[in-house]
Write a protein that binds this ligand. Sequence first.
Ligand code: SF4
Length: 192
Amino acid sequence: MKVGVYVCHCGSNIAGMVDVAEVARWAADLPDVAVARDYRFMCSSLGQELIQDDIREFGLDRVVVASCTPRMHEPTFQRAVAEGGLNPYFFEMANIREQCSWVHDDYEEATAKAKALVEAAVLRVRYHQPLLEHTVPIQPATLVVGAGITGIQAALELANANYPVYLVEREPSIGGRMAQLDETFPTLDCSA
Ligand code: SF4
């Protein structure tokens, strides 16, 4: 197994509080790590090409990027890894920005924490299995259990979106608690 590790500066967002070069140097000695680098902006096209070139040159079969939250760029890097020839799920992201540089004010401790996050990602990615995405037919009909106000509204919205709906109710009538009320604030309308 050959893991590539990429530690992002994000300008000064990460590099201002974490010694990214030291984290990359240190990561090079982790188990199965074949190459470890730091780079200013990993999500840039040059950053993504760096990963793809290393996949070819070093024969990488796992990739770790230590940068921002996966909510922001996990799809970016999964796509880059896939275009580099790997299964996109042979990728792991360590969040050393939102969960490290942005929330700490001690350079040494933030650097130590970044190392711990990178180490966890490297150890984890070695267990990743390839996943395949494919499309399967689904049953679009929906069962809504309970015909109170919420159930009725949910059923109506699904029906208005052209899905078949089955609305079930255990009581003899629909309307739930609401139907038991006489008049409701503020219009004093009849609930039923
Ligand atoms: S990958 Fe994330 S942390 Fe790195 S430069 Fe892009 S936005 Fe910043």
